[in-house]
Design a protein around this ligand. Structure first.
Ligand code: NAP
Length: 303
């Protein structure tokens, strides 16, 4: 199937282009980006022109930041294209509900991807937890914003979600693996004095679940979820790619490179079956944190 990539920036070049190139299902037939392009691939700078001139491309994969993404997704669905959304699927919950409605009414596929759910050890972790009683869980998601979002001012602008941009990846794993649903009860959000979104957050949920998100970690990066159960401790490390039970490695692979190939395989399956997949549970927790959270002002941040 032919796919067009829209928004040729960091994640498109780091992950989407190689995943499509290695896939038996997909051909990268066009790009749409104001400045970016991919060598050897027909490049458009205007989305309306792409939609009008390339009816042969029935699938678009939107790699833009969340705020501009809705207009592109809406236009694509109105033009009869299947749509794959980067995470987080939108700037607000309501706009994603609207996209779901548009896709459903037209019989089109809408896939709100969560790349971290495709990490190597997430499915085995979910299977291990399925028959356990969870007593408590803690997320530590500490990374360096300068490394993963170099100069990306949008992450600190309204709708950019700040530290929840990576934190929502942890929440996408947690909501996938826990046998019972949870909801947020308390949050403390640290906003740099010169910014609109938080750079750190501490969250508490029902079920003794807590989370510590921080975007100021230099040196080694930490993406861990530790779950205490009635029959031992589960640790998911490396962003869900490595599983340990009671300290012993059990499954997975210390690499993030399997996630996007798995997303494109899933999109191919959804399009073939005529189905959609949109789970907003991770984004509900972020919206709740931004609604309920205590706001603390911290040191100004510059890239
Ligand atoms: P990015 O490089 O800043 O943005 C991607 C591209 O989107 C830009 O190069 C730009 O291309 C286009 N764009 C930006 N603002 C736009 C606007 N207002 N209107 C139209 N086009 C615009 O961001 P990214 O890091 O790739 O992240 C994009 C999405 O992927 C985010 O939702 C992020 O959460 C997700 N993601 C990122 C990472 C990561 O490590 N960075 C990892 C996983 C997922 P043109 O200027 O050429 O139009």
């Amino acid at each position: 199937m032919k796919v067009a990539l829209v928004g040729i920036g960091k994640i498109a070049l780091d992950q989407h282009v190689p995943a499509i190139a290695a896939s038996p299902d997909w051909e990268l037939a066009a790009t749409v980006s104001r400045k970016g392009s991919v060598p050897g691939v027909p490049a458009f700078t205007d989305f309306a022109a792409f939609l009008a001139e390339r009816p042969d491309v029935q699938v678009v994969s939107l790699c833009l930041p969340p705020v501009p993404r809705f207009d592109y997704a809406e236009a694509a669905l109105l033009a009869g294209r299947h749509v794959m959304l980067e995470k987080p699927p939108g700037a607000t919950l309501a706009e994603v509900h609207e996209l779901e409605r548009l896709a459903r009414d037209r019989g089109l596929t809408l896939y709100a991807t969560w790349h971290s759910r495709m990490a190597h050890a997430v499915a085995p972790a979910k299977a291990w937890l399925a028959d356990k009683a969870v007593h408590e869980a803690h997320i530590t998601w500490r990374e360096d914003v300068r490394k993963w979002h170099p100069g990306q001012e949008w992450v600190f602008e309204p709708g950019g979600m700040g530290v929840f941009d990576p934190g929502i990846n942890a929440l996408s794993i947690l909501t996938e693996i826990l046998p019972q649903p949870i909801h947020l009860t308390k949050a403390r959000l640290e906003f740099p004095a010169n910014r609109q979104t938080p750079i750190a957050a501490q969250l508490a949920f029902t079920g003794n679940v807590t989370a510590d998100f921080d975007w100021r970690q230099e040196g080694p990066q930490t993406w861990d979820i530790i779950v205490q159960t009635d029959r031992g401790e589960l640790a998911l490390r490396m962003g869900g790619n490595v599983l340990e039970i009671d300290g012993k490695p059990m499954a997975g692979e210390n690499s993030i490179m399997g996630e996007y190939p798995a997303l494109y395989a899933r999109m191919a399956e959804l399009v073939r079956k005529g189905e959609s997949e949109v789970d907003l549970a991770p984004m509900v927790h972020v919206a709740d944190a931004l609604t309920l959270g205590e706001r603390v002002t911290t040191a100004a941040f510059e890239f």
